[in-house]
Design a protein around this ligand. Structure first.
Ligand SMILES: O=C(O)CCC(=O)C(=O)O
Ligand SMILES: [Fe+2]
Length: 214
């Protein structure tokens, strides 16, 4: 019988963590701890982190978590009432992107053209239930999510049935959401009073049409 530890360190990336209406694959840690340490330090120091803005029920709010957005071109992206312009890739981010694309290539070969980075300073910061279902991503989009830093609980909830799944995302761990996941499931990064260290999350995405900014 598998111990929980054994399972966590060697997941089967071909297994689907969702029971229906979507696919989530867990690749486990794709970066060794010391390599992940170096990446986390680089990202904390070098990324121009900014609080995100959104318009919710007509009110402008500033999020506690901080974000940065990178892409192939300086294209504009509108969501939640705000427009964002992508920053050009850094060499380090391109190297991370190449590693992520190589890791998932046997199961879901994908060429990503953008990356949204999130910084959660501690467990008081999270991300509310949402789907990444913007039209520019398409209905069967592949999103690869790399976690660095503090272990945090990531949860998925089926829109209609309310069925839930959750996993603890660890330092260096990679998961992929694909298939119809964004149509039928929401996901969230849960808050936790017990977490006092930062976590950085990189979500690699593919936009169908990049509209160049003027
Ligand atoms: O931090 C995470 O693991 C989730 C991030 C997320 O859902 C997003 O950026 O859309
Ligand atoms: Fe998301």
């Amino acid at each position: 019988m598998n111990t929980p530890d054994l399972f966590a360190s060697a997941p089967d990336p071909a297994a689907n963590l969702l029971p229906f209406d979507g696919i989530v694959n867990d690749y486990g840690a794709v970066f060794a701890p010391d390599e992940a340490d170096g990446l986390l330090r680089y990202l904390l120091d070098e990324i121009p982190w900014r609080h995100d803005e959104a318009v919710i029920y007509g009110r402008r709010i500033v999020t506690a978590r901080q974000v940065a957005w990178y892409g192939d071109a300086a294209f504009d992206y509108r969501y939640s009432g705000a427009t964002r312009t992508a920053l050009p890739w850094t060499d380090a981010l391109l190297a991370i992107k190449a590693r992520v694309e190589a890791a998932i290539a046997p199961i879901s070969p994908t060429r990503f053209n953008s990356c949204l980075l999130n910084l959660y300073t501690d467990g008081t910061q999270g991300m509310a239930w949402h789907s990444d279902d913007e039209a520019e991503l398409g209905p069967q989009t592949v999103i690869a999510s790399l976690s660095l830093g503090a272990t945090r609980k990531f949860a998925l909830r089926h829109r209609r049935s309310g069925e839930k799944r959750a996993l603890l995302l660890q330092h260096g761990q990679l998961i992929v959401m694909r298939g119809a996941t964004q149509t039928h499931w929401q996901h969230a990064l849960m808050k936790s009073a017990r977490v006092h260290a930062p976590r950085v999350n990189l979500t690699f995405r593919t936009f169908r049409s990049l509209s160049p900014s003027s």
